[in-house]
Design a protein around this ligand. Structure first.
Ligand code: PAF
Length: 291
């Protein structure tokens, strides 16, 4: 069955309120997305389906999380295709507002998360997490009590959203869902569509580096420099530029000393051609990817 298409915050709020009012099995789950959906998003939708009686996916390319040199205007958009995919994943409703619905005239409030938002993406994409936290807070305020499912590929985003939800006492259970990878190991991302076939092949250096570090960690290696070095050895030859390759505390993203304990997140951001890709591996928690 085709999901209901909801266009305004008022329609979304009414649908979620009605679902909750209709009985105890009608708990609500939210899957926030920016569309251009791939199998990774659909696995989030299926996880939401397992958890709740009423599942809503949002499809909104959020302007406030893109910087001036980011790809807001060329970000892929295909609402009809997304709705068809979400129908197959069993979603009940799709929320697809306009920028003016989410940021009406006079909108003047932003949500800023502290330390966990500062390094890594926070340094390389100033303002990005303020935009993410703001739009996610708006979505949570509209939907109300729910479970919200986020992919672990955007690992820092997941921690930022968790911190915001905790600090603002929002009635939302945050669910982190494992990274979904292509058969050859590349982490699924809407931005993979930008890669030429040659760049697509080169991009595998990212997951190969993470896998090499994962195997070293499983074999007992605990030196931060050695683990980061294993990733760099694979990423440097294929990347056009590297923003970071870093092992950090897996819960807080605080910088680590020389020795890496578990859980520690190994995080990578680099460009292959003009496309910026991110990936990560939580050592001692995630299975070592096959690459
Ligand atoms: O991960 C994304 O697609 C976006 O950052 C999110 C969480 C939907 C907020 O716009």
């Amino acid at each position: 069955m085709s999901p209901r298409l909801l266009r305004t915050p008022a329609e979304l709020r009414a649908a979620c309120d009605a679902a909750r009012a209709s009985g105890s099995s009608r708990t609500v789950a939210l899957v926030p997305t920016m569309g251009a959906l791939h199998e990774g998003h659909l696995s989030l939708a299926r996880e939401a389906r397992r958890r709740a009686g009423f599942v809503v996916a949002s499809v909104f390319v959020n302007p406030t999380q893109f910087g001036p040199s980011d790809d807001f205007t060329r970000y892929p958009r295909d609402l009809d295709g997304d709705v068809n995919k979400l129908a197959a994943a069993g979603v009940d409703a799709v929320f697809a507002p306009s920028p003016g619905d989410m940021y009406p005239p006079g909108d003047d409030t932003r949500v800023r998360v502290g330390a966990v938002a500062a390094p890594l993406e926070g340094t390389h994409r100033p303002g990005h997490f303020e935009g993410v936290a703001t739009v996610v807070a708006k979505l949570f305020a509209i939907v109300g009590p729910c479970a919200a499912v986020f992919g672990r590929k955007d690992y820092q985003q997941l921690l930022v959203v968790r911190a915001m939800t905790r600090d603002l006492f929002l009635p939302v259970e945050i669910v982190g869902h494992p990274i979904v990878r292509e058969p050859d190991g590349l982490a699924m991302s809407s931005r993979n569509a930008y890669l030429s076939p040659e760049e697509r092949a080169r991009a595998l250096g990212i997951v190969r580096g993470l896998a090499a570090a994962g195997r070293l960690f499983a074999g007992g290696e605990r030196s931060r420099v050695a683990l980061e070095g294993a990733v760099r050895a694979s990423v440097e030859p294929i990347a056009t530029s590297i923003d970071y390759v870093e092992a950090r505390d897996g819960d807080t993203l605080a910088a680590l000393g020389d020795s890496v304990g578990a859980p520690a997140a190994l995080l990578v951001a680099c460009r292959v051609g003009t496309t910026r890709l991110i990936d990560n591996l939580v050592l001692g928690e995630d299975p070592v990817p096959v690459a």
